[in-house]
Structure formats: structure tokens, C-alpha cells
Design a protein. Structure first.
Length: 63
């Protein structure tokens, strides 16, 4: 989360807090041996075989 600069001359309502998420692939440079695995059905649903690489996109923020 970070707070961007809000200009007093901006014609649009400001977004005071912005968020972003980083994909888990950035933090695993190579595939270690014996990583736990999803079952085939879970892997199809998650889009990856390894839970360590699963990074769901969050839904829209709730106000």
C-alpha cells in the first residue's frame, strides 16, 4: 500500500491509498526439489501445480 501525491488542481476525486500485489514467482528463483503439490483437480482450479506459486488476485476493495 502507498499514498500517491494528490494535486490540489486534479479535476477528479483522488485515490488516497493505492495497493498492489507482487506475484510469488518473483521470490522463488528456481524450483526446489520436493515442493508440495496440489491434486490435479485443485491444480486446474488454481492454475499451478505448486501451492507456493499460487497467488490469487484479490477482489475489489470493500468500502
Amino acid at each position: 500500500m502507498y499514498q500517491p501525491y494528490v494535486s490540489p488542481f486534479d479535476p477528479c476525486p483522488p485515490i488516497c491509498v493505492k495497493t498492489y500485489n507482487t506475484p510469488p514467482q518473483l521470490f522463488i528463483p528456481f524450483q526446489p526439489m520436493n515442493l508440495p503439490q496440489f491434486t490435479p483437480c485443485e491444480a486446474l482450479r488454481a492454475g499451478t501445480l505448486w501451492p507456493a506459486l499460487y497467488g490469487p488476485y484479490p477482489g475489489p476493495p470493500v468500502k
